[in-house]
Write a protein that binds this ligand. Structure first.
Ligand code: GUN
Length: 293
């Protein structure tokens, strides 16, 4: 069993980005600039946005954080998006989800200029991805592709089972794994909460990508020997032995599944760290005009 080390990979990728940014600056080009919009006080969202801003600093990007309280109106958020679309200094921006219930997330996502949509959530980017055209890939799937590529894992012809069909992980991941590309060319099965005989399907998988959001959902009896396991879950479970009262576990029962796996991503220290790194990669591409020219 080989561990896919998200901590090490994200450090390497950040160093590569930092070198690129230093070269751009030395060349007289503008500093890549990511803006993040955070509405309300969701603790997980605050944590994610802070780590995005911190990562920008690490690689030499400029970052702007626009924060509003949960009482912000939809019109105000749409105005912020409009202003960022029109700000020539901002290369890319994200609106952290979830938004408060009175704000229509789809409306906000549709208002983002696809050229600045470094989250890859706008239907134009989703469509371009589906057609294999240049696009911003959503951060988590992009991070997983990086992990597979950098660990030289051959996916062509393998049976990949994706557990979960969310718009930001399961669905794009299933598209990417089936694409005609270096990481891709897999035979993909996408499964979800209504899937029957999930265990039988998982036992036929060569690659399992677990993104269902249920702690320790994939157990050892569901996995054949030699499977490549990608665990996207970030679940808090109560743990009185920890100072903060909880620990973070994945969607895979790591302890019992790892001995059967050929490769496996840990939680923490796996996919989660790659997500922010991918956002930086997209922002760099935006600054260089690599996706839309
Ligand atoms: N909420 C959870 N994941 C994400 C993400 O990747 N981007 C944004 N904008 N919101 C999120």
């Amino acid at each position: 069993m080989q561990l896919i080390d998200g901590k090490l990979l994200s450090k390497q990728i950040k160093e590569e980005i930092a070198r690129d940014v230093a070269d751009m600056k030395a060349d007289g080009q503008k500093t890549p600039h990511l803006a993040a919009v955070l509405i309300g006080a969701n603790p997980a969202s605050q944590f994610y946005v802070q780590s995005k801003v911190k990562s920008c600093k690490q690689v030499g990007f400029k970052s702007t954080l626009i924060e509003r309280g949960a009482e912000a109106t939809e019109a105000e958020v749409l105005q912020i998006v409009e202003d960022l679309n029109n700000d020539p200094d901002v290369d890319g921006f994200i609106v952290q989800l979830p938004l408060p219930k009175h704000i229509d997330e789809l409306k906000v996502t549709l208002a983002i200029d696809p050229k600045k949509d470094v989250d890859g959530f706008h239907p134009v980017n989703v469509g371009r991805m589906s057609l294999g055209l240049p696009s911003y890939l959503p951060a988590t799937p992009y991070g997983i592709i990086q992990m597979l590529e950098r660990y030289k894992i051959e996916t062509s012809g393998l049976h990949c089972v994706v557990v979960g069909r969310s718009n930001i992980v399961g669905t794009p991941m299933s598209i990417l794994m089936s694409r005609k590309a270096k990481i891709g060319n897999a035979t993909v099965t996408i499964t979800h909460s209504r899937t029957r005989n999930l265990k039988d399907i998982l036992l036929k998988a060569d690659i399992i990508i677990a993104a269902i959001g249920i702690p320790n959902f994939v157990t050892a009896d569901m996995v054949k020997k030699g499977t490549i396991i990608i665990d996207v879950g970030i679940n808090r479970v109560e743990d009185a032995t920890r100072k903060r009262g909880y620990r973070v576990v994945g969607d895979v029962d790591f302890e019992n599944v790892a001995p059967k796996a050929s490769f496996i991503t840990p939680v923490p220290g796996g996919v989660g760290l790659m997500t922010v790194t991918s956002l930086l990669m997209n922002t760099l591409q935006a600054a260089k005009g690599e996706v839309y020219g």
